[in-house]
Design a protein around this ligand. Structure first.
Ligand SMILES: NC(=O)C1=CN([C@@H]2O[C@H](COP(=O)(O)OP(=O)(O)OC[C@H]3O[C@@H](n4cnc5c(N)ncnc54)[C@H](OP(=O)(O)O)[C@@H]3O)[C@@H](O)[C@H]2O)C=CC1
Ligand SMILES: CC(=O)N[C@@H](CCC(=O)OP(=O)(O)O)C(=O)O
Length: 345
């Protein structure tokens, strides 16, 4: 299969390349850049120089459509909504890592992203690629919208509770933390070393663009779920997301029952691992891998459930889940190109 990556000079783009180069069913991977036509990728990423140089190509949609079977967009918001429809109309498959096709209602996208997106026809056509919970739809997808990093950790952590109607519908609070690579490679005042090192910052309070994405999925699972409180923090580490989720149980539960539920819910999932009683995952335990690790607690005093969900934002939160979705779309083994352990320590 011939693949194109648009946005290959970014963090998610180069992470896609890490997996695609060793993927058993990918014969060719072409890289495209809006700013570095003709330049070797190694100018941006010396570490990515393997068997020969990879040269970045100009984004020419006719040429891409004529030579590639599937195109990944690892681009900022507002790019894929303009370009992907040109490929869709020619029958090319698309996997988009940005938020452009995640929200079904354009007005909601415009409110939270403060920009326009694609027309309704493409928003309705797009399949949301939370792999563990949407496989049937993903199998037939032509336009796959890869979930955001925070929504991936949060939704995998909440799914069993919401689907089994175990929690009060208005009680969900998510406290999430991310490493700095979540903000992309572009330097900025908020993310440079002396602003982030030895520091923890809360940001986009009640304004994060992933709030409607999480609510949309929760309400598809259970229409009674109410709006959530979701806070994001920048942590002085390179990769990793921890979402700590709190919700009030509808009736008395037990830790044993909750662990059974999570283990059963994810027993066929290659990439979701549920911890033993009293054990909670740390971001380093999934570093560089496509795993989502989950730990659960139940407080009998307050009747609250706490779920801790960790991922690597660039892998299960972006490029890894995108490859997992590619594998499901193509009917390949779900872990093709992804079957490796986390890097530890
Ligand atoms: N970082 C993360 O953890 C996650 C990121 N995402 C999403 O994935 C997407 C990529 O993120 P990330 O890799 O972090 O971003 P980066 O900023 O690291 O890279 C984005 C790349 O997009 C390319 N680009 C910029 N403007 C344009 C344009 N107008 N047309 C075409 N290409 C353009 C740039 O490459 P060039 O100049 O060479 O064209 C750039 O290298 C974003 O939408 C992000 O929100 C989703 C989940 C997690
Ligand atoms: C640490 C950090 O800044 N993370 C980014 C994640 C952005 C992202 O993934 O954006 P979309 O998925 O919506 O395209 C943020 O919180 O906005």
């Amino acid at each position: 299969m011939n693949i194109a990556v648009i946005g290959a000079t970014g963090y998610s783009g180069v992470e896609l390349l890490r997996f695609l180069r060793h993927h058993p069913y990918i014969s060719r991977c072409s890289l495209y850049s809006s700013s570095q036509e003709g330049v070797p990728l190694s100018h941006s990423f010396p570490h990515a120089r393997e068997e020969g140089e990879l040269i970045l190509q100009k984004i020419d949609m006719e040429q891409i459509a004529a030579t590639c079977d599937l195109v990944f967009f690892a681009t900022p918001p507002g790019v894929s909504s303009g370009l992907a429809p040109l490929l869709i109309e020619k029958g090319i498959k698309v996997i988009d890592l940005s938020g452009d096709f995640r929200l079904k209602d354009r007005t909601v996208y415009e409110k939270w992203y403060k920009r326009q997106t694609a027309s309704d026809i493409y928003l309705q056509q797009a399949v949301y690629g939370l792999t563990e919970w949407n496989k049937e739809e993903i199998r037939g997808a032509q336009l796959l919208s890869n979930p955001g990093c925070y929504p991936t950790a949060t939704l995998l952590g909440l799914a069993p509770l919401v689907k089994h109607r175990l929690i009060e519908e208005d009680s969900i609070i998510v406290d999430a933390k991310s490493g700095v690579s979540g903000a992309g490679r572009q330097a900025s005042l908020n993310t440079h070393f002396s602003e982030t090192n030895e520091n923890v910052k809360i940001y986009k309070v009640n304004e994060h663009q992933h709030i409607p994405e999480i609510e949309q999925m929760l309400q598809m699972w259970d229409e009674h779920v109410q709006l959530i409180t979701f806070s994001t923090h920048l942590i002085p580490m390179t990769r990793g997301i921890m979402a700590t989720i709190y919700a009030k149980a509808k009736e008395d539960l037990s830790l044993e029952m909750l662990l059974d539920l999570y283990k059963t819910s994810y027993e066929d999932s290659k990439f979701v691992r549920v911890r033993k009683p009293g054990q909670f995952p740390a971001t380093k335990e999934v570093y560089g891998s496509n795993y989502c690790d989950i730990g659960i607690a139940y407080d009998e005093r307050t009747g609250r459930v706490t779920v801790v969900s960790v991922i690597d934002n660039l892998v299960k939160g972006a490029a890894g889940q995108a490859i997992q979705n590619l594998n499901v779309m193509m009917g390949w083994d779900e872990d093709s190109g992804l079957a490796f352990a986390p890097i530890y320590p």
